[in-house]
Design a protein around this ligand. Structure first.
Ligand code: NAD
Ligand code: UDP
Length: 326
């Protein structure tokens, strides 16, 4: 098949691309490198079935002969999506309209990378797909959360109006090699800090929870969702093992053998207190269950980070050093 992967130069997109190339497909990557580095796609450049279109999906683009479209383009780390919030929401609204238009013209199936952030700061746990969420519509996370919610709305309205073949995955925190070392996400921050011997920055007291899914498990879920018949989702894809942020820090210190100390920082506004997916639907409809445990996944990720020269990457200003924004 000829498959378009938007955001194909990003963390998840690069792993999805590798998997689809392995399966023998032809991949067209659409990416503007807003949050990724050319380094990530270097291994694909010589591949005869991989093509790059450097383009912002907010602007119209049209390709013919497309069989499937995975729409992953969107800044995903809080520091990245809050850097230019208007651009973030435009990506999930105007960009998504452009991608739905391309899929409609091609008559092809399209999958949206949605997020657990559609549940906001949830009042129920674990979160199942029937929960409608608790999002602050005017907070600093809203450009991402409300953007992704609007994207889901557009997907289902295009289906109702134009009978489109859609798929919506609600992705929970995913980690692995190819994460940007300075994206500010918790796994990349803690591993980088542990390797460098810097303090591990625990926001608040670290009692907030997340559920961490290894990237190969997520990619497997996305491919299953794209290829299953008669099922649109939305469906949660995540690892249901819930952990506190403090627990994560302790595991990373142990696996790296680091002597870094823990230091605390204020909790960013609207940071969800608990997050854990109910994956019953994914189990039933996709026969999907994560298989990679946290230690195994972190060991792979640590090995990748140990091979990076952090001085080659530009660190952004951490939010606690930036001028007050609220
Ligand atoms: P990432 O930042 O590594 O990758 C996103 C890619 O999209 C980057 O290569 C970036 O340059 C590109 N991009 C951003 N805006 C674009 C635009 N307007 N036009 C073209 N390209 C654009 O993030 P990721 O972790 O790989 O996330 C991929 C997708 O999965 C995102 O849509 C994200 O919202 C979703 N998701 C990820 C997670 C996670 O934990 N990784 C969780 C929930 C949802
Ligand atoms: N976090 C932290 N220290 C860091 C980065 C993040 O304690 O250096 C916390 C953050 O407050 C949140 C959790 O880790 O509670 C996950 O943050 P991340 O940015 O990875 O993802 P998200 O909040 O989008 O789930």
């Amino acid at each position: 098949m000829r498959i378009v992967v938007t955001g194909g130069a990003g963390f998840v997109g690069s792993h999805l691309t590798a998997r689809l190339l392995e399966e023998g497909h032809e991949i067209v990557c659409i990416d503007n490198f807003m949050t990724s580095s050319e380094q990530t796609v270097e291994p694909f450049k010589a591949h005869p079935r991989w093509e790059l279109i450097q383009h912002d999906i907010i602007d119209p683009v049209f390709l013919e002969g497309v069989d499937q479209l995975y729409n992953l383009a969107c800044p995903a780390a809080p520091g990245h999506y809050q850097y230019n919030p208007v651009r973030t929401i435009k990506t999930s609204v105007q960009g998504v309209i452009n991608m739905l238009g391309m899929a409609r013209a091609n008559g092809c199936r399209i999958l949206q990378a949605s997020t657990s952030e559609v549940y906001g700061n949830p009042t129920v746990t674990p979160q199942s797909e029937s929960y409608h969420g608790n999002v602050n519509p005017i907070g600093r996370r809203a450009c991402y959360d409300e953007g992704k919610r609007a994207a889901e709305t557009l997907f289902f309205d295009y289906r109702r109006e134009h009978d489109m073949d859609i798929r919506v995955a609600r992705i929970f925190n995913t980690y692995g090699p190819h994460m940007h070392p300075f994206d500010g996400r918790v796994v990349s921050n803690f591993i980088r800090q542990a390797i460098a011997g810097d303090d591990i920055t625990i926001f608040s007291d670290g009692s907030q929870t997340r559920s961490f899914c290894y990237v190969s498990d997520l990619v497997d879920g996305l491919v299953r969702l794209m290829n299953v018949e008669d099922f649109t989702g939305p469906v949660n894809l995540g690892n249901p093992e819930e952990r506190t942020i403090l627990e994560l820090a302790e595991i990373i210190l142990e696996l790296t053998g680091s002597r870094s100390s823990l230091t605390t920082r204020p909790l960013p506004p609207d940071d969800p207190v608990r997050r854990c997916p109910d994956i019953t639907l994914a189990r039933e409809q996709l026969g999907w269950d994560p298989t990679v445990g946290i230690r195994e996944g972190l060991e792979e990720t640590i090995a990748y980070f140990q091979g990076l020269d952090f001085s080659e990457w530009t660190p952004p200003t951490p939010y606690w050093e930036a001028p007050p924004q609220d």
